[in-house]
Design a protein around this ligand. Structure first.
Ligand code: PLP
Length: 440
């Protein structure tokens, strides 16, 4: 019965017999088997070890099996494992208080959800109720989650087969390496992207636009750090036209960029902040909306038409409290900045010097990406089949990676050490060497 008697093959067979997987045709899947994990390391049933440079779906910010978080979850299990959202619960109050205290001045309350998608869903609903307007503007290069409004707000290809709801309009966000605006430097990219957004607002009719929804640093879209001044410019446009600014911190928040929130790098303050993932490192599903004072007070005497059975589930809340406390006690956010902007970024820069395959390195903290091209002049992306082979080679060499399109997103847990960074970079170096012949 015990896991000692299991092999990878047993677990894979069980999965393939009964489990239906996300974002896939089901026919030829070969999922990686994981038996256990600790810190930044994972292992399978056959004794193979992996170093995690993916944080799974960029959510295990505090690493695996953190003892303080596990202890808090066990204590909560013994005390009260479930209770409805309408009750007042200690863990829920403590979690909300901590999140509000991390936010900029003027943030007031937290509405808890089960994950990131429904955080965006409810933030959009709040913005619509608050403004009495309908449309939501969001970026083509974005991912906001897989529920009704969240997937319609998403910019990437996953929107297209799911696009049933109305009221969503998309714009191009800045991405100098592949500029949509023929820009040759960051200032031009910034100014032209803001002018493009202004024109979209004017043409859509400002009085019909409830919200601009934007990832503070678009993550799955390629870790597209916005140029200096862009976020401030978006804030100014939202103010000029009375539009609610929602910043999606689901992937970038809670330490990933070396700050608690990624928008802190841009010195802007949104009206609503959505979060999930890193808030409790995914130990129990949880997300939420951080609500600014004006919107929070609006709902003092206006009905909020929204709710979820598991909003503020005590086990998820206990995991939030313990995660945030441990992150503070152990300087996890500072570590993400120190190791991410230090050893990790220096190593990635060195790989980009060494291999023409690396078209661009970008990112901040432990939120970095290598964009791979077969020709640095034409910036031709490495083909999907070759990227799949690169991912497989990384995995076989013992490194878990987050590969999207022609990019390796380098996103280890925020607790990663300089030594682990060295090990991971050595594997990436070896694999890029193996594939350097793709450059023509
Ligand atoms: N927003 C962003 C920026 C994300 O990266 C994701 C997931 O990757 C989501 C929202 C959706 O979160 P969830 O999958 O928890 O619903």
């Amino acid at each position: 019965q015990g896991e000692n008697f299991l092999t990878n093959n047993d677990v894979r067979q069980l999965d393939r017999s009964y489990v239906f997987h996300s974002w896939s045709a089901q026919g030829n899947l070969n999922p990686l088997v994981i038996a256990g994990a600790k810190g930044c390391q994972l292992w399978d049933y056959d004794g193979k070890k992996y170093l995690d440079f993916s944080s799974q779906l960029v959510n295990v910010n505090i690493g695996y099996q953190h003892p303080k978080v596990l202890a808090a979850m066990k204590a909560q299990l013994e005390e009260l494992v479930t209770i409805a959202p309408a009750t007042a619960n200690l863990a829920r109050g403590e979690a909300a208080k901590r999140i509000v205290e991390l936010a900029p001045a003027g943030f007031h309350k937290v509405f808890f959800t089960n994950a990131g998608a429904d955080a965006n869903e409810n933030a959009i609903r709040m913005a619509r109720l608050y403004t009495g307007r309908d449309k939501v503007l969001s970026a083509y290069r974005s991912y906001h989650g897989n529920t009704g409004s969240a997937i319609a707000a998403t910019g990437d290809w996953r929107r297209v087969p799911n696009e049933y709801s109305r009221g969503h309009v998309h714009f191009f966000n800045p991405y100098l390496y592949r500029s949509e605006f023929n820009a040759t430097n960051e200032q031009e990219e910034c100014a032209r992207a803001l002018q493009h957004l202004r024109r979209i607002i004017e043409c859509e009719g400002p009085a019909s636009i409830a919200a601009i929804l934007l990832e503070s640093i678009p993550g799955t879209a390629g870790i597209l750090v916005p140029p200096a001044g862009y976020m401030k410019g978006v804030r100014a446009l939202a103010d000029e036209f009375g539009i609610v600014l929602i910043l999606d911190e689901v992937m970038a928040g809670f330490g990933r960029t070396g700050r608690w929130f990624a928008f802190e790098h841009d010195d802007v303050v949104p009206d609503l902040i959505t979060f999930a993932k890193g808030v409790n490192a995914g130990y129990v599903p949880a997300g939420g909306v951080l609500i600014s004072e004006a919107i929070s007070h609006y709902f003092d005497d206006h009905f909020f038409a929204g709710g979820l059975t598991y909003s503020g589930h005590p086990l998820a809340m206990a995991a939030i409290v313990a995660t945030l406390d441990a992150m503070k006690e152990e300087n996890v956010v500072e570590n993400a900045a120190l190791v991410g902007d230090g050893a990790l970024r220096a190593g990635l820069n060195a790989l980009s010097e060494k291999y023409a395959l690396v078209g661009e390195v970008r990112g901040v903290g432990v939120f970095q990406a290598l964009e791979l091209v077969t020709n640095p002049e034409t910036k031709t992306p490495v083909a999907a089949a070759d990227m799949a082979a690169i991912k497989l080679a990384l995995t076989e060499a013992g490194l878990l990676s987050f590969v999207v399109e022609n990019r390796i997103h380098v996103v280890p847990p925020c607790t990663v050490t300089a030594d682990e960074v060295k090990q991971g970079l050595a594997i990436i170096d070896q694999v890029l060497g193996q594939f350097s012949g793709l450059v023509r």
